[in-house]
Design a protein around this ligand. Sequence first.
Ligand SMILES: Cc1ncc(COP(=O)(O)O)c(C=O)c1O
Length: 369
Amino acid sequence: MTDHYQQALKQIIDTGNYRRLPTPRQVELNFSSNDYLGLSHNRQVIEAAYQAGLSNGIGATGSRLLSGNYDLIEQLENQIARDKNCEAALVFATGFQANTSVLSALLSKQPSLVFFDKLNHASLYQAVQNTDCTLVRYRPCDLNHLRDLLQKYAHDSSPKWIIAETVFGMDGLTVPLNDLKNLAEQHGAWLYLDEAHATGLYGSRGYGLSTTVDLPEKTIIMGTFSKAIGVSGAYIACPQTIKSYLINYTPGFIYSTAPSPMVIGGVVKAWDLIPTLNQERQRIHRLSDYARQKLSDLTVLGTQTNIIPIIIGDPLRVMEIKDRLLANEISVSAIRFPTVPKHSDRLRLAITAHHTQDDIDRVVKELSQ
Ligand SMILES: Cc1ncc(COP(=O)(O)O)c(C=O)c1O
């Protein structure tokens, strides 16, 4: 009975890609956290979560459509809609849930043509695989390639979608958003943007790269509360009609318990703090440039963001280096196939507002050995 599963595990062990949960521990120097602004330990955020729990309970008690709707979650959605310059917003318990359930619902009613950046997150892949859309993948952030493909399908009358992250979580690339927007408009395509790694770090008030561009009406933006916001959950910012459609057609929304009021209380406070954190954002970008410059002898991808991938190209070697760093109290993420393409196994450094120049010097010194 278990032979099949043992066989599958053996295969993954043989390729060097076997995953195991790391032992929970505190390290002196953490470069593997997505808590870019340090909000997960912010006292005001934790206090707001506690107060929200006292007023509303720790659990939402049901789906939003039954007993689980509450003022705080509607307040958050209204605030997000304003800050993202969209008509409406809808909150989900996790980013993975938001991407898979929302995109499946949007793409399910009519066979669509989906132009899809190859580097997109697993949740976006999972979403399109749940539908009968035609998937047309373009090279990472290569808008010339996207343009050619859109041109190739110009006479196809199916609804068209372009799906991309605005800041790519594994490569640290940013999408040329103005050009992407122009292509979407020229071809009448819907734009679906994942701002998981942009929310909190980009835009004049920190509310994401999407706020720096005047986006077409047919735009849907997803972002998470699990990275720079420091809590968990996700939002969809979209036209009001799309919000109403999602409330009626998204099983992952209709049949799932609403996020905990404590989580939402914390998110409301963290979201509020985002525009006050300009200095922290500047510090992150300055330190990231410093780290890239110090690491220039290694194969480092990305040129602009706080996500710094160091390509090793061999899964076993990546784990070896990660373990060696951990023995010296430094945590970095080891990212292997299939999360990233074969032979691009890497260490991923995430620079946060809590790092110092000395911290960067220390990890660079360890890495150069
Ligand atoms: C680009 C992107 N989208 C979606 C998600 C999923 O978000 P969450 O961790 O909140 O489920 C992630 C998380 O790693 C991500 O990097």
